[in-house]
Write a protein that binds this ligand. Sequence first.
Ligand SMILES: Nc1ncnc2c1ncn2[C@@H]1O[C@H](COP(=O)(O)OP(=O)(O)O)[C@@H](O)[C@H]1O
Ligand SMILES: [Mg+2]
Length: 241
Amino acid sequence: MKTIVITNLKGGVGKTTSAVNLGYSMVTLGKRVLLVDADPQSNLTPFFVKSHGYSGRTIQEVFRSPEKIRNIIARTKYENIDIIKGSVKLKEADASDEKALGAALSQVRQEYDICIIDTRPAVEAVTRSALLAGDVFLTPVQLENFCRDNLSLLEDELTGIAYEKDATWRIFANMVINKRSQLAIYTDMVQKHDWSFMENCISRSEVVNNALQRYKPVMKHRRSSRVAKDYLELAKELLEV
Ligand SMILES: Nc1ncnc2c1ncn2[C@@H]1O[C@H](COP(=O)(O)OP(=O)(O)O)[C@@H](O)[C@H]1O
Ligand SMILES: [Mg+2]
């Protein structure tokens, strides 16, 4: 099982959207997927399970009783995607044992090919636990004025953990309007810093918001859309990281 942690200090950059769509794309590539909603906002969860199924078995219980992970993992409405549901009650104090999530996930590593963890836009105990369980840290960015500063701050947070874990950090551009004109900023950023960008990026598309309103992956909503293809290509590239 390869564990991908989607992380950025910034909100609204497409972390949850990417967890949904990369998760679904991985299944279409024949992979068995486990999703983990480690954001107390729990925006990932309703894409995959009905909301009345929230109570009880959530990420909070995984932190409390890592040995019970198999009872906590829920089936979703999609074949080959299971989920550890989010909890609005999740507190940083729940993650006082920062190794608990990784220890829990290691029990099911034979049962899944890919695990994708969605996190909140901050690196504190819960997100640190997710990072400590990860093999790849994946950061969506919008190529705009502040993203360089934002990435520098994130780099400070991630470097130590990545080193400790021997994990790989990858960045990809989301909400890309014009690949060619944005490539200038892109090239500049990569040259000045030692940052590794994914080759594939994700177009900005209304299809994403329309799918989101229906709590669906873009592939389920508009299979032939450009953005559905973007996610599939990014998922393929991630399998090689
Ligand atoms: N490629 C995209 N094109 C258009 N809108 C997008 C795209 N990716 C994300 N969005 C929109 O941006 C908003 C924030 O996305 P979200 O995944 O919730 O961000 P985060 O989890 O980082 O806070 C949502 O309304 C989502 O629909
Ligand atoms: Mg989110």
